[in-house]
Design a protein around this ligand. Sequence first.
Ligand code: PLP
Length: 451
Amino acid sequence: QPQSWEARADEYSLYGFTDLPSVQKRGAVVLTHGEGPYVVDVNGRRYLDANSGLWNMVAGFDHKGLAEAAKAQYDRFPGYHAFFGRMSDQTVMLSEKLVEVSPFARGKVFYTNSGSEANDTMVKMLWFLHASEGKPQRRKILTRWNAYHGVTAVSASMTGKPYNEVFGLPLPGFIHLTCPHFWRYGEAGETEEQFTARLARELEEVIQREGADTIAGFFAEPVQGAGGVIPPSAGYFQAVLPILKKYDIPMIADEVITGFGRTGHTWGNQTYDFVPDAIISSKNLTAGLFPMGAVILGPELADRVQAAVEKIEEFPHGFTASGHPVGCAIALKAIDVVMNEGLAQNVVDLAPRFEAGLKRLAQNPNIGEYRGVGFMWALEAVRDKASKTPFEGHLSVSERIANTCTDLGLICRPLGQSIVLCPPFILTEAQMDEMFDKLEQALTRVFAEVA
Ligand code: PLP
């Protein structure tokens, strides 16, 4: 009797970020290919992937132009690095393009293979920069609770999640501020504006307590993604940026999810109307077709890092595949496809329909809040709506909802007790309706069971 694909997956693989009992109960899903926003498993079952893979497959799973760009570059020049003053023509063109589409008039780009490595790289760049400017004590990194910045030792330390305690992380010097989620963390009687002002005061108090000249930088996702899709409270970035500026602390926008159209603009920083000192990009950068990350420095940091490199004579950092020509060719094509073939526009056009669908589902007495922007949204399940009392346990109900959705042919993600929806940008109105129909069936079924 040959083993099933699902059993072989279980026997030979370790899953990342997987609640094992839940998979053991439901079984793995082993996929062979995709069609538009759908993925198809070894048994021929189709699933509408309302997660875009992991937020990244924004052009869906069978975009011909992207595959052709990859093939053409594999044929022309299939691999190279970006060390020793050498790099491919594609790498040069992508850096120009990234600066062109960034909010910066000038800038410089450094490549990695992932978002985690891009955050690590940015932290090392800040340490390098401050040390070269005679301030080696400027090493502390400020981030927020519920932030997700990656999994390497440094980026996991930046991530504000209790699960990293099993690794003995965060490393010393990584400080987490309050998550700007007014619905959950606002105090009784506090307005949203007062909440934002409280978070700004907290930031300034932390800077004064720690000493501004011990802090290397502040990192924030414009919308916290893996924290459960948390847009900032009203005026958050407008309140925080002047304080960072006052103490000369660089502000880095982690746009790994929010970059390239996800929030309805090219960047989340445009949606929330601020200009950071640098941008971290990955995921959508290649529409998920190549593992790649980028640090995009604005003019001031670009000049300061350049001066540091000239002083020290070398930035001793980089990955074998940094600026890989195939990755860069795919990214150039992906940016073109998303911005010029109507994908980013589809996000803008369908966002109101998305919100209307969620607003309707949020009338359910077990949905406490719906929140999001563009094509990244979440519904938060609660035991009691009025008091916002959560369901017991970490994933108890959200995971049941997501598993029921999988059975119905819809992939969505449980994050805390929220259900996250971040479909590919190619989603049609009919596919959006299918997503809501299946989700509604799952919510009805699961809430009836747990009530
Ligand atoms: N930063 C943000 C905002 C992310 O959402 C992620 C991944 O989900 C990362 C960084 C890490 O990227 P990667 O998984 O490519 O290392």
